[in-house]
Design a protein around this ligand. Structure first.
Ligand code: GLU
Length: 446
């Protein structure tokens, strides 16, 4: 390993003990951009990356609430305000038992590059709580969200920090959070994105991450005069991203073979069609049942405790969560002829898995580029809120398509290798970095 890189990573390790996810995300970026930084005098001696890995501010707070039995519950709330060089802090809130400082710092760090790549003026943040909405009543979720916002409100604002959803935070949670914010500050404004269409939300926001992912895959395949039509696709996850990625795959004539949840995955060789996907949406969004019920209903295979990467496919879309696809999975995917892996989730492929894809020179699209459609439409929601206006579904969808096309172009700028192979990881990291780094340099040592 290059000496400068080794020194940088050593430093980061000793400064952030016990934060494996954060260290992983930083190492991934640093490894792919150190040579570039070293070759650019304006970045080389200005400690730009050293500054970027240090959050501008982290807020950690107590979230006490009363459950339906009248018992007191205590959770921990966080907001990581990572970087505001190109715009106000922007990024989702995650409610999941696995949430801790390391996970949120990794997500906030990824958000710097992702938000920059969209071309929109959004800085980076992330937040959330170790609260688990699974199995909670609507009343309990509301109580929790109100307590969470009772502290968070003083740290966020339409021009300072604009949270949105992530795992465990959907339309219901954003509604409760928005209601409490509005009540405390007495102002109806665009402090959160992912709002309902009737109260300031944007068309296509729920669909944006999944649709954007498929638009990005289409751009990738176009470089080989190919398309997603007729391709076999394996998807992990069955939440918001997975559902709308599957929907767009089906609409574009691909065959979706798998979907999963935290218990296991279903494999439907006939393909999950529109009606079957509707069943999954009901199952996951309304009745909150396990994906296993799909296998019983449509008579297909279910693999308990496994992930879908052993199923032969042309395209694999990890859409569940971080580190869900390892080197062994990657090797099997390559061996069985997979041509493209695109991340709908944040950092779902381990560094060793990514190394396998890059070595085999198959297409690998990192989440910060491929799943940026979600935050991009959040940016469009902010624009609409500022204008006190809303665009039609078609208008937002067109804008999303062109943003994904532009992100792809930005990846090409720095990602094209001499033999023509496109290293999207390097392309996304360098391109995302340059915009933020230049803004930081222009603003002085702050
Ligand atoms: N949580 C999403 C992401 O990982 C969306 C963030 C947002 O819309 O602000 O990008």
């Amino acid at each position: 390993m290059n000496e400068v890189l080794a020194h940088f990573l050593n430093n980061i390790h000793s400064k952030n003990p016990g934060e494996p996810e954060f260290l992983q995300a930083v190492a991934e970026v640093a490894t792919s951009i150190t040579t570039f930084i070293q070759s650019e005098p304006r970045y080389k001696n200005t400690k730009i990356l050293e500054r970027m890995v240090e959050p501008e501010r982290v807020v950690i707070f107590r979230v006490p609430w009363l459950d339906d039995k009248g018992e007191i519950q205590v959770n921990r709330g966080f907001r990581v305000q990572m970087n505001s060089a190109i715009g106000p802090y922007k990024g989702g809130l995650r409610f999941h038992p696995s949430v801790n400082l390391s996970v949120l710092k990794f997500l906030a760090f990824e958000q710097i590059f992702k938000n920059s790549l969209t071309g929109l003026p959004m800085g980076a943040g992330k937040g959330g709580s170790d609260f688990n909405p699974k199995g909670k009543s609507d009343n309990e979720v509301m109580k929790f969200c109100q307590s969470f916002m009772t502290e968070l409100y003083r740290h966020v604002g339409e021009d300072t920090d604009i949270p949105a959803g992530d795992i465990g935070v959907g339309n219901r949670e954003i509604g409760f959070l928005f209601g409490q914010y509005k009540r405390i500050v007495g102002s109806f404004n665009g402090v959160l994105t992912g709002k309902g269409n009737e109260w300031g939300g944007s068309q296509i926001r729920p669909e944006a991450t999944g649709y954007g992912l498929i638009y990005f895959v289409d751009e990738i395949l176009k470089t080989k005069n190919d398309s997603i039509k007729g391709k076999n696709v394996t998807i992990s996850g069955s939440g918001n991203v997975a559902q709308f990625a599957a929907e767009k795959c089906i609409e574009n004539g691909a065959k979706v073979l798998t979907m999963s949840d935290s218990h296991g995955f279903i494999y439907d060789p006939a393909g999950i069609d529109k009606e079957k996907l509707e069943y999954i949406k009901q199952l996951k969004n309304k009745t909150h049942g396990p994906i296993k019920e799909y296998a019983a209903k449509f008579q297909c295979a279910y693999f308990e405790g496994e992930r879908p990467w052993k199923i032969k496919c042309d395209i694999a879309l990890p859409n569940a969560t971080q580190n869900e696809l390892d080197a062994k999975d990657a090797a099997l995917l390559v061996e069985q002829g997979c041509i493209c892996v695109a991340e709908g989730a944040n950092m779902p492929c381990t560094p060793d898995a990514v190394a396998v894809f890059l070595k085999a020179k198959i297409f690998y699209a990192p989440g910060k580029a491929a799943n940026a459609g979600g935050v991009a439409v959040s940016g469009l929601e902010m624009s609409q809120n500022s204008q006190r206006y809303s665009w039609t579904r078609t208008e937002v969808d067109q804008k999303l398509k062109s943003i994904m096309r532009e992100i792809h172009q930005r990846c090409l700028q720095y990602g094209k290798e001499p033999d023509g192979y496109i290293n999207y990881e390097r392309g996304a990291n360098i391109s995302g970095f340059v915009k933020v780094a230049d803004a930081m340099l222009a603003q002085g040592v702050v």
